[in-house]
Ligand binder design. Sequence first.
Ligand code: SAM
Ligand code: DTB
Ligand code: SF4
Length: 328
Amino acid sequence: MNIAPLRHDWTLTEVRAIHDLPLTDLVFRAQGVHRQFQPADEVELCTLLSIKTGGCPEDCAYCPQSAHYAAGVDKEPLLEIDEVLAAARTAKAEGATRFCMGAAWREARDGEPFDRVCEMVRGVTQLGMETCVTLGMLTASQAARLKDAGLVAYNHNLDTSREYYGKIVTTRSYDERLETLRNVRQAGITICCGGIIGMGESIDDRCAMLVELANLAVHPESVPINALVTAPGTPLADRPPVQPFEFVRMVATARLLMPASRVRLSAGRSGLSDEAQALCLLAGANSIFFGDTLLTTGNPECDHDRELLGALGIKPSPRSPVGGQHVA
Ligand code: SAM
Ligand code: DTB
Ligand code: SF4
C-alpha cells in the first residue's frame, strides 16, 4: 500500500473541504490514514497534574486559573517534588504511561521553582514514565535544561487561529507562542500543541488553526484537541457546549493532516457519551487524558475509561521509545 507522505503545505480551502466532507466519508478517510500510520487498537493514557494552580497573570478567556477572573480557583504554591512523584507513581499504577505537569505561569523563570520543576522531570523520568510539562513561555536555555532532565514533551497550545487569538488572549501574542515552540524543537524536545473548540470561533478559525499546526516544519508529535470546559466567572462561562460531531470532525481533520502524530481527545470528554468517544477514536484519536481530574476541572473516572476501552477492545499503548514519531 502506498503511504502518503507527510505534507506541510496545506491551504485553508483544502482543509475546510476535508472538514466539511459528509461525516461518514470524513471518518472513513481518517480511519484509513490512521491505520497506515498508527496501531489501530491502541490509545495512549496520559495523566495530568497541576503542579502550580491558579493566580496566573495571563487573561486567557477560557481559563479558570487566570487571576483576571473570579472562577473560584485559589492560588496555590508550586507543589513539592515528593507530592508530584507520589502522584506520578499512582498514575503509573493506574496504567498511565505519560505524565504531564502543568503550571499556571505566563512563563518559566529561572530560579528555585524552575530548578524544582527540572527535578520533578528527572524523578518522573526515573519512574519510567514519559514526561511532559506545560509552563508557559520558555527560553532556549530553559528548554535545554528540561531536555537534560529527561523531558520528552512540552505542551504549548496555539489554542485557535491567528485571527481569533486576540479575542481570547490579549496578554501575549501568537508569535510568542510560536517562538516558544521553536525553542522547544531546537532543544530536541517533542512538541505537544493543539487547541480548543467551542470558544465562539468560526469553522474557518478551527481549520486555520489546523493549517498552522500542520504547516510547521515538523508536525507536533502530539496534538491535543480540547473542547471548552466552561468555568463560571470566565468570559466564556456561558458558551454553549460543543456538539459531539464537531469534536469528531476536528479529530478526523487533525488525523488526516498529521497522520504520524498522536491526536489526543483532551478536555471536554466528560461531556461526550461513550458512543461519541468511540466515534472520535474511529476518527483517529489515539490518546486521552486519564485521571479523575484534568488540571482544575473534572474528567471521566479511570474505572469508567477502563470499562469503555475494554468494551471497545482497545489496549493502552505501551510507552513509546522517544515519545513520538518521525521526522518529516
Ligand atoms: N499556563 C500554561 C499555558 O497556557 O501554556 C500551561 C497551562 S494551560 C492550563 C494549558 C492549556 O490548557 C491551554 O493552552 C488551553 O489550551 C487548555 N485549557 C485551559 N483551560 C481550558 C478550558 N477551560 N477548556 C479547555 N481547555 C483549556
Ligand atoms: C491541553 O491541551 N489540555 C490540558 C493540557 N493540555 C495541559 C489542560 C486542559 C485544562 C482544562 C481545564 C482545567 O482542568 O483547568
Ligand atoms: Fe495562565 Fe495557561 Fe490559564 Fe492562560 S491557559 S490563564 S497562561 S494557566
